[in-house]
Design a protein around this ligand. Structure first.
Ligand code: ZN
Length: 354
């Protein structure tokens, strides 16, 4: 057994030695050897002596000459790489070892950069409540008419438009709704939707839950955004702390949050900034709040809960009963999310950058 292993090691070593000798001496490889070595395919135009190698979703465009000369070739239509050129002579295409090595190194580098580039692969929009669970309900007289404000309907109206805007803006992302009608998705169903998104190492999913508030204090009004608190460490949460705790607690109890990430704070800020710009003149901002309430499937799930306003306050109620105001809320949510996604993807992911 040992002898066999030793022979195998020797065999591998001799190949490595041979190739390094060949490169050092400026040796060249046949087309067949080059393609096998790189695992590449070739497109070749003998008239212009131009070709393209494709490997691992990367494309290298080069020109061949009668003798190998120092030349540049282009990787993925953008990066210029210097190496000795391939040679086209006597109907044969050959590749200098240094060229093959440069291709290998530059493709490896490009793949590494690609892998580290974080992206938001999915946005999960959660209209709060639904079906038998109405959420907060309040009745007001608006312009002489009796109007009943129901949280599940307000949340759904705003979420639907927000969902449509996101879908149009991001055809390459999965935009999902936890309910697309007046239904009450069970915890299991919500979890199944979140889990249906298969994420790569560098991908994240954003969770945005949309609600309207209620208070015994009729004067309480304004919008606010909640995110997962950094203090959250699988502590048992106080049910009395949160208005929507009856809904959220079972979710929290059923799932484990892995790690707090900055992303939740960032998305809360982006959304509130847009709300401030759009509706602050009409309804006051109550700011960003942290609570230990949330469902986080994994560390890469920035999650926020937005409270659009108080159905129990006459001024907020008048606004929430107005479809054009709800449209403004959807658009502010959308713009805030886009701001977050752009910053997140440009920065390569805040968590990774930390
Ligand atoms: Zn709610």
């Amino acid at each position: 057994m040992k002898a066999i292993r030793a022979r195998q090691i020797f065999f591998v070593l001799s190949i490595l030695l041979c190739s390094s000798v060949a490169y050092a001496e400026g040796g060249s490889m046949s087309l067949r050897e080059t393609l096998a070595e790189l695992g590449a395919t070739l497109s070749w135009d003998p008239v212009s002596a131009r070709g393209a190698l494709e490997l691992q979703n990367h494309r290298i465009v080069f020109r061949a000459y009668g003798n190998s000369v120092k030349a540049s070739f282009v990787l993925d239509g953008k990066d210029l790489i210097e190496a000795p050129s391939p040679v086209s002579a006597d109907g044969q295409l050959t590749f200098p070892g240094a060229f093959v090595e440069a291709v290998r190194t530059s493709v490896k580098k490009a793949s590494e950069i690609e892998k580290s580039r974080f992206r938001i692969a999915a946005i999960l929009v959660d209209p709060g409540h639904g079906g038998k669970d109405t959420g907060a309900v309040a009745t007001h007289v608006i312009d002489g008419k009796k109007v009943e404000l129901v949280e599940k309907d307000i949340a759904f109206e705003v979420a639907s438009r927000y969902f449509a805007l996101l879908g149009a803006a991001y055809p390459d992302k999965s935009i999902l709704l936890t309910r697309n009608g007046d239904t009450f998705p069970s915890l299991e169903q919500r979890v199944a939707i979140a889990n249906s998104v298969k994420l790569a190492e560098n991908e994240a999913i954003v969770f945005v839950s949309i609600h309207a508030n209620a208070s015994f204090n009729k004067k309480a009004r304004g919008y606010e955004t909640w995110f997962l608190s950094p203090e959250y460490r699988r502590t048992v949460i106080d049910a009395g702390k949160f208005t929507d705790s009856s809904e959220v607690l079972p979710i929290l109890n059923d799932m484990m949050e892995e790690e707090f990430t900055m992303e939740s704070v960032m998305i809360a800020r982006s959304i509130m900034k847009r709300f401030d710009g759009t509706i602050a003149g009409e309804s006051p901002s109550r700011g960003i709040k942290a609570e230990e309430w949330f469902v986080v499937r994994n560390a890469r799930m920035p999650s926020v809960l937005v409270e659009l306003g108080f159905v129990t306050n006459p001024d907020d109620a008048r606004l929430l009963a107005d479809p054009s105001y709800l449209r403004k809320l959807s658009e502010a949510l959308y713009s805030g999310t886009v701001d977050f996604v752009s910053t997140f993807e440009k920065s390569g992911g805040f968590t990774a950058a930390r």
